[in-house]
Every structure is written in structure tokens, then in C-alpha cells.
Design a protein around this ligand. Sequence first.
Ligand SMILES: Cc1cc2nc3c(=O)[nH]c(=O)nc-3n(C[C@H](O)[C@H](O)[C@H](O)COP(=O)(O)OP(=O)(O)OC[C@H]3O[C@@H](n4cnc5c(N)ncnc54)[C@H](O)[C@@H]3O)c2cc1C
Length: 295
Amino acid sequence: MCTDNNNENSRPVTPSEEDCCHSACDPCIFDIHKKLLEEYERRKKQSIKIQNKPNILRLCLYRNFVVFNVQELSECYILLILKYNENNYKDCRILIDPGQHVVLHVCDTAKPYTPIFFTDDSIEFLIRLYPNGKFSQYLKTVKVGDIIHIRGPYGNFKYENNSFQTIVMFSMGSGITPVYSIAKSIIDNELEETKVHLIGGFKNISHIPLKRELQTLSDYWNFQCTLYISQIQNGCNLHGINVKSERLGQKSISETLENKEASTTLILICGTNQFNRFVEQSVKCMNYTHIHVFE
Ligand SMILES: Cc1cc2nc3c(=O)[nH]c(=O)nc-3n(C[C@H](O)[C@H](O)[C@H](O)COP(=O)(O)OP(=O)(O)OC[C@H]3O[C@@H](n4cnc5c(N)ncnc54)[C@H](O)[C@@H]3O)c2cc1C
């Protein structure tokens, strides 16, 4: 693996061939290096020096994390907690903007995942298990003490406090991860006056992850949660959460956005490609322009 001098002002170290896992990662470690190099050349030309960010995570270099805990959350989700405990990085900490993702690398394969929570030295992931999913099924079998490599964080979503009156988040399945972490960061910030409405689509009630966490957020004045369950089920009752036995479709999008002011509302979208395109088109037709799609 390539070494990293941890100094943002020096030339980014070129990754070696072994740093690439050849599994068509997005972003690939070489694409990231190219961008860092362009940024470095631009800063050099303009003689800009930047403060070193004491971030444990690096864009072009994998860090070794240890599996700290794996818990079953619902029928098809696990919670994976990874911890960084290398002694020589005591002055650094993990820094990830809400909504950003990292790349997990294990057994010559790498996949992106979005942390739902992090501390100075640990990261929590919500992992959806797919019956034929190579990586997610592997993560289900990891044991406390196993090593998983992480690089990142990536993603260009930037949020400024109180920059919108309302944020409406449309998510499908595991697409809840970036919007949940953004919602939590807003609700946890006492200076925030933004109202958040998180909408999630799931197949059935036993598939819903983070039930207790969403209920806790619902205790706050500025958080509202509506979950759409596509399989007809009776008695879907989750205190504090509005559970609807119907598909998240055009009608529900229109109803959610009724009486909202387009100029002061931010729309966040995260799900499958098909879901993202459908919701994006629908909200554009309703004249919403502040839209961010997580892909
Ligand atoms: C930026 C980004 C962030 C992500 N964050 C998360 C996250 O926080 N949590 C999380 O669980 N996943 C997340 N993912 C998805 C994750 O990276 C993997 O794609 C996912 O875990 C499936 O990998 P796999 O190897 O298990 O399945 P694969 O071996 O790639 O696929 C096997 C089968 O699983 C099914 N499948 C796989 N992916 C999907 C899907 N998205 N929708 C429907 N069926 C599917 C299909 O039937 C497929 O044939 C993210 C993806 C991106 C691009």
C-alpha cells in the first residue's frame, strides 16, 4: 500500500498498482489521486497554504479499522461498528460531513457505504443484506477483531446551517443512510431552526431499520417522519412515526410538498437510480429547484 505523509501541503503520493482493487470502484483511487494532484497544482500556483486537517481518514490511502461490533437490526439490515485504534494517530480524529460516504475494502473487493454516525475513532454503518450480495453477505459474517480497510470521505453535498426553512428527504431502502445522518446532525444542533421531513420507502414493516432512532428524532419539534410500506399490512404502528400502507408515488410526493415554499425548501433524494430519477422529475415538475440527489 502507498504511504501517506499526512500533509495537505505536500504533493499527493501516487498510489501503487496494489492500491487499486480492480473492482471498478467509484471513485477509483487513481481518479481521486488525479483530482488531489490538480488541486495541489492549483494551490501551488496561487501559493495557498492550507491548515492540516487532523483527519484519520485519507482520500487515497486505506486505513485499518477493527470490527468492534456487529448487530442484527431488522430482517435485512445489520449495524456494523468499526474502530480505529492505531496509537500513532492520537492527535487525529475521524471527520466526515453528514451525507458523505467512504469505501470499505476487504478480501480484494471494495464497496461504498455511508456512515450513519461517527465518533473521534469509530464509525457506524447500516448495511442492507442482499441474498445474493457478495459484499453485504460477507460483512454479515465478520467477527469482532477482524480488520476492514477504509478510505474517504467522498461526496459533494454541503449544507450550511439554517440555509433553508424546510428540508424534505425522499429515501428508498438503504438510501436512508445519508439522509438520516443529515437529519440527525440538524436535530442535534440547537441553533438550527430548519424543519426536517424524512420520508422512507420500504417493502414491509420488518424491513425498517433505525426504528428507535427515528422515533427519538420525532420527539423534536422540527422533525417529522413518514414511512411508506409497499406490501399491504395491517396494524403498522410506530409511535411518533406516520406509517402508510401504500407505495411512495406521485400522489404522496405531491401531498408531502403541498403548501411548501419552493424557494426556501431543499429536497434530498436517495434510493435506486429509477427512484432517484422519478422523484427528481416529480419535484422539478412542481417547480422545486434546490435538489440534491445522492448517487
Ligand atoms: C455512494 C453510495 C453509498 C452507499 N451506502 C450504502 C449504505 O450506507 N448501506 C448499504 O447497505 N448500502 C450502501 N450502498 C450500496 C453498497 O455499496 C453495495 O452496492 C450494496 O451493499 C450491495 O453490494 P453487494 O456486493 O452485497 O451486492 P452485489 O453483489 O453488488 O449485488 C447482488 C444482488 O443484490 C441485489 N442488489 C444489490 N444492490 C442493490 C440495490 N441497491 N437495490 C436493489 N437490489 C440490489 C441485486 O439483486 C444484485 O443482483 C451505497 C452505494 C453507493 C454508491
